[in-house]
Every structure is written in structure tokens, then in C-alpha cells.
Design a binder for this molecule. Structure first.
Ligand code: DQA
Length: 152
């Protein structure tokens, strides 16, 4: 049987505060709850899911660069770095891996400064406004793509 494709799930700054951070906007689940659901769902889909969170732009860039070595795809919620980080966008372009951007909230219904994402310029797809379900949908799409690639 083919080896399960490895998918990196990255969460950016302040997402370690989920559960207690503005629950009206981001929901009541903790990051640990979300990561556990992603691991479970990934396993059901035949993916090997690897979850990491950092408040540091440089650390996220380093992980994206290193993903070329062992990962087949990336799901990222870059948090506020979505709106500011050319460095993360460039790292994604350099990595050349399938990448889906996720936001818990609908960034287009919020303040104008959240409407633009540098990461979206490098992403294959963007899911926003569906809360933690967005990560699971990103894994569904990633599985369809990566498992189809394995079969060809
Ligand atoms: C977020 C939206 C960003 O604007 C914000 O800075 C976050 C979370 C979301 O998941 O909705 O930290 O990425």
C-alpha cells in the first residue's frame, strides 16, 4: 500500500489562544481540540497530519521552507500574518507545494485591513468563515488531490 501523504497544518500568531480568544468571533474550541479533530479526520482520509503553531513569522517561514523535504501539502491559517507577510507568501511560492489557506472567521465581513491576504496570492484555495470545519474541508480537498496524484 502507498505511504500516507504527509500534510503540514500550520497555525500562526494568537491561534494558540483559541477557546478563550474572542469566542464570539473564533468559537469555543481550543487549538488542541481543532488539532485533535484534524489528526482524526486526516487518519480517516489516509493522510499523515502534522500540526504546528507559532507566534513567530520566522519560524513559520522556516517550517514552510523545510516542508519540501517530507510533506506533500500544507494547510495554513496564518492569522494576522495573512495581511502583512510578504515573507510567508514568498516561502509558499518557493516551496511549490499544494497549499490551502484557512480562516475561522469570514475575513471579508470584518475590518477592511483583513480583506487583503498576501498568502491568498500564493494559495491554491481559501476557505473562510466556517470555523474549525474549514480545516477539515481543507483536508478533504488535500486528500482528493494527493491521493489522486499517488494513483497516477
Ligand atoms: C484569522 C483572521 C485574521 O484576520 C486574524 O488576525 C486571526 C485569525 C481567522 O482565522 O479568522 O488571527 O486568521
Amino acid at each position: 500500500m502507498a505511504k500516507a501523504p504527509k500534510v503540514l497544518i500550520l497555525n500562526g500568531p494568537n491561534l494558540n489562544m483559541l477557546g478563550s480568544r474572542q469566542p464570539d468571533v473564533y468559537g469555543r474550541e481550543s487549538l488542541d481540540d481543532i488539532e485533535k479533530s484534524c489528526l482524526r479526520h486526516g487518519k480517516d482520509l489516509g493522510l499523515d497530519v502534522d500540526c504546528r503553531q507559532s507566534n513567530s513569522e520566522g519560524e513559520l517561514v522556516g517550517w514552510i521552507q523545510a516542508a519540501r523535504e517530507g510533506h506533500s501539502g500544507i494547510v495554513i491559517n496564518p492569522g494576522a500574518y495573512s495581511h502583512t507577510s510578504i515573507a510567508i507568501m514568498d516561502a509558499i511560492l518557493a516551496a511549490g507545494l499544494p497549499l490551502i489557506e484557512v480562516h475561522l472567521s469570514n475575513i471579508h465581513r470584518r475590518e477592511a485591513f483583513r480583506h487583503h491576504s498576501y498568502v491568498s496570492k500564493a494559495a491554491d484555495a481559501v476557505i473562510c468563515g466556517l470555523g474549525s470545519q474549514g480545516y477539515l474541508m481543507a483536508l478533504d480537498a488535500m486528500a482528493r488531490r494527493l491521493i489522486a496524484e499517488q494513483e497516477t
